[in-house]
Design a protein around this ligand. Structure first.
Ligand code: PLP
Length: 408
């Protein structure tokens, strides 16, 4: 059961679908407005020197940002979250808050490219070492944790191979080694996976994706039940100026209202598309935790509510030009799937990780992590599943025709 302090409705809601609709503050006491007002405002009247009313300056806090934070915390039965201007602002603020020169971060070998870039190209310059490990391999994690480690940072499912990590096992190992665990839960959100319930210290989000869900904002958030960690992160956010803006917060809060509905549809569409691709002769591999053939399907069933809205696949290398060229033809031929660098929105999107989201990663490290040059990432939207499959079917037929043309 999750209680809803200050919430407008029943405070004993134990069903996530209902919680997501009602999470956040009660109707505005001044006007009765059911939705929280947007406090598009910089500074706040003080009743006397040192006598503020809880807000002083919007880099430090803002009522609309607080409304979003209350809701995000409630989704994970945690105190109010900490909201950031982007998902990367959440990651960078966390790393700055936790790490000192000489500290070591154990990071998943498949994570968002920007996270790798920050660790390797920025934080390394301040004496913080990052070691990239296959977090799906518990022996590899155990070995990595033999050296003193400040933070274990991972994604499950990982972007873009969808590889999973046993969150309960890794969080327990990290805790025993004196390290903090942060799970980037962007791909699933609390609707489908709760890292804190599995023992992680922090859940991190790019709210840009499923939480806001409409391709309208960029944003980030961290949820934790550890008040000391939260205080430290808030201090660095305040100092570095990485807080979310009021209007983006409001849009994200509105997105949360439909989170359950959307994720149900995203997941159903992704599963249908994954099944279609798996049976297509031009497709060599499909990565989707919801597929029975996915090597970690059982783990997915244990720690996720469903497979989520994102999948990836590889075309056959036997196609002339190889999987990469065939993938490019495919991406250019799709009509409903927009070629763009995002995921988790109502519109279906297609991305080429090797040149887009993970383009700045060292190519050898990228391939070693299983991120093939020809890998295509799909974010299934909420359109009718049959339409999405028909578009893929048509584009795959074009790829095959082009290939046949080349062969002739
Ligand atoms: N984490 C994951 C899993 C992502 O996919 C992304 C962006 O694609 C980020 C973090 C960074 O988020 P943002 O683009 O909001 O800064």
């Amino acid at each position: 059961m999750t209680s809803l302090p200050n919430a407008s409705h029943d405070d004993s809601i134990d069903d996530f679908e209902t919680l997501a609709v009602h999470a956040g503050p009660a109707p505005d006491p001044a006007t009765g407005a059911v939705l929280p007002p947007v406090h598009q405002n910089t500074t706040y009247l003080q009743d006397g020197v040192g006598r503020d009313r809880g807000f002083t300056y919007s880099r430090c806090g803002n009522p609309t940002v607080s409304a979003l934070e209350l809701a995000l915390g409630q989704l994970e039965a945690a105190p109010p979250a900490i909201a950031f201007s982007t998902g990367m602002a959440a990651t960078t603020t966390l790393l700055l808050a936790l790490c000192r020169a000489g500290d070591r971060v154990v990071c998943g070998d498949v994570v968002y490219g920007g996270t790798v870039r920050f660790l390797e190209k920025v934080l390394a310059g301040f004496g913080v070492r990052a070691c990239f490990v296959d977090t799906s391999d518990l022996d590899a994690i155990r070995a990595a944790l033999r050296e003193p480690t400040r933070l274990v940072f991972l994604e499950s499912p990982a972007n873009p191979t969808l590889k999973l990590t046993d969150l309960e096992a890794v969080a327990a190992m990290a805790r025993a080694a004196g390290a903090v665990t942060c799970v980037d839960n962007t791909f699933l959100t609390a609707a489908l996976q709760r890292p804190l319930e599995l023992g992680a210290d922090l859940s991190l989000y790019s709210t840009t994706k499923f939480l806001e869900g409409h391709n309208a904002t960029v944003g980030g958030a961290i949820v934790t039940r550890d008040s000391e960690l939260a205080e430290r992160i808030r201090f660095v956010r305040n100092t570095a100026g990485t807080i979310q803006a009021p209007w983006e917060s409001w849009l994200t809060l509105r997105g949360i209202r439909t989170l359950s509905l959307r994720l149900e549809r995203h997941s159903a569409n992704a599963l249908a598309v994954a099944r279609f691709l798996e049976s297509h002769p031009a497709v060599a591999e499909v990565h989707y935790p919801g597929l029975e053939s996915f090597p970690q399907h059982q783990l997915a069933q244990r720690q996720q509510r469903s497979g989520g809205g994102v999948l990836a696949f590889l075309l056959r290398d036997e196609l002339p030009g190889g999987a990469l060229e065939a993938g490019k033809v495919l991406m250019a031929s799709l009509r409903l799937w927009t070629l763009a660098e995002n995921l988790g929105a109502v519109e279906s999107l297609v991305t080429h990780p090797a040149t887009m989201t993970h383009g700045t990663m060292d190519p050898d490290a990228r391939r070693k992590a299983g991120l093939a040059d020809g890998l295509v990432r799909l974010s299934a939207g909420i359109e009718r599943g049959g339409d999405l499959i028909a578009d893929l079917d048509r584009a795959l037929a074009l790829v095959t025709a082009k290939v046949e043309e080349v062969v002739r």
